[in-house]
Design a protein around this ligand. Sequence first.
Ligand code: ADP
Length: 491
Amino acid sequence: MGTDRRKVLAAGLDSLSRHCQTDIPHSLQTRLALGYFFLIAALLVLMNTYPLIMSQNLMFRSQQTALANQTALISNTLTTADELTPETVEQAISQLEDLDVARVVITDEAGLVLYDTGETSAVGKYALTREIAEALGNNDAFSSQYRDGTFFSRAAAPVMNRNQVVGAVCLYEQDSGQGALLQELQRNLRLISVVVCLAVLVLFWAFSAFLSRRVRALLGGMRTVRAGEYTHRITMGGHDELAQLAEEFNQLTGRLQTTEEERRRFVSDASHELKTPLASIRLLTDSILQDENIDRETAREFVADIGEAADRLIHISQELLELNRLDEERTRRREAVDLNEQVERTRRLLTPLAEEAQVTLETRLGQACAVWCNTEDTVQILKNLMENAIKYNVPGGRVEVTTCRRGDQVSLSVADTGVGIPEEDLPRIFERFYRVDKARSRAAGGTGLGLSIVRDTVRHHGGQVTVRAREEAGVVFEVLLPAWQGEGEVP
Ligand code: ADP
């Protein structure tokens, strides 16, 4: 009764549910939170440093260009003087228009300060700063530092005369205007970062709430189904992976529900079937025990009836065991079987039953009708179908068994002129314990399992069985089985 399938499905659902219960909320949320956190942190660090470094560099460069131009101008003016003395320097500088720098220092070739516009003049002292030393070595020099919102820049250039370094010019500049610009940029970036951070946090909170609500709905559904509520379905909108997961889960639950319903129906039908002969045995034994003066003949009749009920119980349990075997066995033994030979054999076996029911058994056998099945299963199929065709026939009726080859398959059809099966019952006729006319079936010793055994056996061999009503009277069962592909006689 597919108990294995049911167990596997239930175990699958159970482990899926337990897995989700323990792992998903933690790992999903933690991973998402950490992922977002690192991403945003990296973005903000980048946003706060890269533009600042770039702007600082740009400002350094503009300072450098401005100072370099002015040092070049002063240096060129001084080149014309024959000798650098405080007086000649003073005179040359006075010819220049107002210089836009914080301090001008001019030295001779030994680094002695000849001119200084600084607050505390260094004239007469040696000024050997790095920039002046570089300039005296015939190189231009520039350095700039950004401290407390102000750019402190220095630029130096050599003063040349007849290709000789005769002195150095060094300009000092303090620019707090550009520093203020940079500070404002920094402030704005910080503000944007805080706003972005808050916006992302709100968005993430909303997204994770949405996500965890969906995951919780899934978990809730799984727990409900695990508790045995197989009719429960998860409703989840959208088309994302979680919606697909819910859909898959619903389908899995649907299958579990069908299997569970089949199992319940089977248990109830089987108990019902077993109850009837057991009840008659109980009744008959009570009758014998209670009637002290029961005559020998009546007692014999009662015991014979008990025997019949016991036979019926044996018959039902044999068929149930057969169905269980078909459920459990994955593969069946296969061999080449001459179907025509088995049809004839079954016909001989059932002839007494057919004569008793006044039914004619006819066979029309085709060529090359060996099937890839096994003898016991072939006989089982033939016996169940042909016996039914006799049992559910009318006196004077006919049963016609036909075999023929159809490509890779062999067709076996069992047609009768019997009572037929109502159209609405045809789709359910292969279900276990399904019977159209219960009384007639029981009277004929039927259990309602014969056609289920036929269907399962045929499926096991890769074939199929169908039934249809005949226009005149009765029904036709058609079985398609894989043909034996060998040449000549069946070994
Ligand atoms: P049973 O043991 O009752 O014959 P089956 O599974 O073989 O059980 O058949 C199920 C039911 O299908 C029968 O009870 C009967 O009502 C119907 N049936 C099967 N074969 C025929 C047939 N050839 N003609 C009419 N009814 C049939």
